[in-house]
Design a protein around this ligand. Sequence first.
Ligand code: NAP
Length: 323
Amino acid sequence: MKKERVVIIGSGPAGLTAALYTARAQLKPVVIAGNQLGGQVAITHEIENYPGFPDGLSGPELVERMKEHAENFGAEVKFDLVESVDFSKGSPFLVKTMAEEYLADTVIVTIGADPRKLGVPGEKEYVGGGVSYCGTCDGFFFRDKDIVVVGGGDSALEEAIFLTRFASSVNIIHRRDELRAGVQLQERAFNNEKISFTWNTVVEEILGEEGTGVKSVQLKNRETGEVTEQPTDGVFIFIGHDPNNAVFGDQIALNENGYIITDQRYRTNVDGIFAAGEIQDEIWRQVATSVGQGTSAAMSAIHWLEENEKTLQELDALPEAGD
Ligand code: NAP
């Protein structure tokens, strides 16, 4: 089994930026990209808030450019999925994918988090056509439109308030009659004249037309059982995120919501393992923040390798088990 200096798990902006920095440090990083380059960004149809691109660009185009940039300096991107890891014995770490096994001096985890889905008919079909999981990314496209927001937590309220910059009206549909969000956000939402609430209600189906997109939502009141159809131009869903932590089991310290805990240098609790992007940041989730975190994690990994060079060389000189 060949030993790598750096293995990066995940190919979103954090992972590809970490790849660029470690590649420029001559470390020939291997990026385990998953099935699709870019993770969440790959399904973002237009990014208008990444600095340096005043005309905007699509998510797939941005990550393709990031990949090319990292590859130009020697990064290797593999479309493969991580099946398991063994971080228990310290560096070098074992990363087992569907196709190969890697031994890595350092690992940078940038595997991301996925927005939770409603799982109702029409949701998948209209992603990019009126269904969105990101107000910052897509709000601008709903200027003077009537939209609904699903959820009752901090994200739903914060994004609903943000969306009132663009939309004519924002109706928040929540499954209970009490919000989970903090009191201050609740007050701001209640005082916003563009925001209304539909309580004790779930979205059963998202309806629309091919080409023009979302037209309405079918709602069910959980108390009365009444089913209604509400016209809308867009459905923004903020019902939480699920960090992609399954592959790590209990080998890395996670917070109570399942996100990897890092310090200011993006170090995890395992010496030699770093994490960046949405797997460790449950608040901002922006391409620009992930790029910054990927840079910091890569710099930390580069420094860590320099500091541990002697020990790593001594370990390399040891005969492998079975030799
Ligand atoms: P969250 O707090 O877990 O809230 C998720 C909301 O979606 C809840 O109201 C939940 O309803 C609802 N929900 C979940 N599954 C649903 C389903 N299948 N159908 C309909 N509704 C569903 O998630 P979040 O709002 O994304 O926040 C995540 C974390 O980030 C929290 O700790 C939050 O405080 C933090 N955050 C903080 C800020 C801030 O401080 N400015 C901003 C954003 C996020 P129930 O209430 O009935 O469970």
